[in-house]
Write a protein that binds this ligand. Structure first.
Ligand SMILES: NC(=O)c1ccc[n+]([C@@H]2O[C@H](COP(=O)([O-])OP(=O)(O)OC[C@H]3O[C@@H](n4cnc5c(N)ncnc54)[C@H](O)[C@@H]3O)[C@@H](O)[C@H]2O)c1
Length: 504
């Protein structure tokens, strides 16, 4: 179905406008309809204005612009949509409203027409169940802003005909977006895969492991996320995000991996939604986020002795750092020495106790990002302020950023990345999407620097598994239980991108 089509977009709001623009630019005839009088006409004006910018910037010639403009129509009544082949709904996120709309559309369009919903959180099968021909109904989930977010999820509901999925995939691909196919499961693919960043960011805050700005900073600088969880929540709006968090948790039958944080409801009640209310996890002055200043780097004490645990992953690099700073490297934990450990998945206190070290002189450094990136130092409950400051000064000596946090299994980066990989593995295990679609959808839809399964391969599947098992042992929380997808591939030494044998 790659020939030019007649497409209807119902709901001329933020998403509807973007969808109109995308398909008009792809050469289709697009009819826009909205139940609010005058809204469709305004949306057409808006879209034409957006496309016109391409002419101003020299990306589109005037003839082409006129041709596209002539293809965009505001429909006055639903009857005007009668001869459309594909009808895409982007109205209010309300099941009954969507069911009523689909029933009305079915009464108007041909039996072959495809009906697609842009819902983010409803079960597509529940919308389809209102229709006489549910096999023609699918989800078609775009991201905001539609023309720039170059991925769309085609949601195959339980009764959706395979030909409908193929047609929608071709339609999306023909418009230059990557079409991924996902099952009709909570959060579909992208919003499901994105859970880990929020749940673990909030959990770290709940445990007082680190502050909001520290968690965001470390995840940006040490892990490579474009934004940390709290910046993202402020951008989306906590009023909107809190509903998504609760709905995904409930729809997955209270799966502990998605358990929402008790920190959220009081903040929603208080109206701390984020940028749109001027105050969220951060305060805003206009568009500017107010970030507390980072702690100053303390002075390096003279004659500092440093011992690094023999099993520390970055022992050689740490030795170089110690010597370059003029501190003294010691091979045994002397009574005065700063003691450095590098646990995987564990906490600093547990590591000090396990190694029989004096916890008052012990500091942990996250080995996962490598010493070349922003460094996270984690304290035991007993770490003395002098040892904390000495470790901070030592690690900041070559100009690399340092964040000092309280004790927390898996630091910040290990905890979040292992969870992101584990959730993606479970998405693959459940057959919600193919490995390739998971990888691409996460990169394009969430802006992560890598697909989550290749990220797991880069860290090392065995290492991810060890982090998860340790976090589960330390916290006793089943949210960290590893996916069988991860366990089996690690057991066989296979890439986490290895598809199930019967599907290859
Ligand atoms: N905004 C996002 O970031 C985003 C991203 C992905 C998916 N979605 C989903 O897309 C849909 C639309 O979201 P939005 O942000 O564009 O909403 P919006 O509020 O900006 O626009 C909704 C439009 O639908 C119209 N409308 C409401 N009921 C209607 C009906 N019965 N018939 C015709 N028109 C009707 C409204 O007048 C309004 O113009 C929702 O299902 C939402 O969950 C939103």
């Amino acid at each position: 179905m790659t020939d030019k089509l007649k497409i209807a977009v119902i709901g001329a709001g933020t998403m509807g406008r973007g969808i109109v623009q995308l398909f008009a630019q792809a050469g289709h005839r697009v009819h826009c309809f909205d139940s609010f009088e005058g809204a469709a006409g305004k949306a057409v004006e808006f879209v034409v204005g957006m496309i016109g910018r391409g002419v101003e910037k020299g990306r589109l010639d005037a003839d082409e612009f006129e041709r596209i403009r002539g293809q965009i129509h505001a429909a006055e009544t639903m009857q005007d949509l009668a001869d459309c082949n594909v009808l895409i709904e982007a109205i209010v996120e309300d099941l009954e409203a969507k069911r009523a709309l689909f029933r009305s559309l079915e009464a108007v369009v041909s039996p072959e027409a495809i009906l697609a919903s842009n819902t983010s959180s409803l079960v597509v099968a529940e919308i389809a169940a209102a229709c006489a021909h549910p096999q023609r109904v699918a989800g078609l989930h775009f991201f905001n802003p539609v023309p720039l977010m170059k991925v769309a999820e085609v949601i195959a509901a339980v009764r959706t005909a395979p030909a409908v999925v193929t047609a929608l995939r071709d339609l999306v691909a023909g418009a230059g977006h990557r079409a991924v196919v996902a099952a009709d499961q909570p959060g579909f693919l992208v919003n499901h895969a994105g859970r880990g960043l929020y749940t673990e960011g909030l959990r770290l805050l709940e445990e007082q492991s680190a502050s909001v700005d520290q968690i965001d900073l470390v995840l940006r600088e040490a892990a490579g996320f474009r934004m940390g969880p709290f910046e993202l929540l402020d951008l989306t709006g906590l009023d909107v995000s809190s509903k998504v968090m609760s709905s995904i948790y409930e729809q997955f039958q209270q799966e502990p991996r998605f358990r929402p944080s008790s920190l959220v409801p009081p903040r929603v009640a208080a109206g701390l939604f984020g940028r749109k209310t001027g105050q969220g996890w951060y305060a805003y002055e206009g568009d500017a986020r107010q970030v507390p200043p980072t702690a100053p780097v303390p002075a390096l004490p003279t004659g500092l002795e440093v011992w690094v645990a023999p099993e520390a992953a970055e022992r050689d690099a740490l030795k170089t750092l110690v010597e370059a700073a003029g501190a003294q490297w010691v091979e045994r934990p002397t009574p005065e020495a700063l003691l450095i450990v590098q646990p995987w998945g564990g906490d600093a206190t547990g590591e000090a106790v396990a190694l029989g070290l004096d916890a008052a002189r012990c500091v942990a450094i996250d080995p996962l990002p490598g010493l070349g990136r922003h460094r996270t130092l984690m304290l035991t409950v007993a770490t003395a302020p002098a040892m904390r400051d000495a470790a901070h000064a030592l690690c900041a000596h070559d100009g690399v950023g340092v964040t000092v946090i309280n004790d927390s299994p898996g630091f910040i980066v290990q905890r979040v990345l292992a969870t992101v990989v584990n959730i993606a593995a479970q998405i693959a295990q459940r057959g919600i999407a193919s490995v390739e679609d998971i990888e691409d959808a996460v990169k394009l839809g969430l802006g992560y620097p890598q697909g989550p399964l290749s990220w797991g391969d880069r860290i090392g599947g065995a290492r991810v598994l060890a982090i998860l098992r340790r976090m589960q042992a330390v916290t006793g929380d089943p949210r960290y239980r590893p996916s069988p997808w991860l366990e089996r591939r690690v057991a066989l030494g296979l890439s986490l991108r290895t598809a199930e044998a019967a599907r290859r």
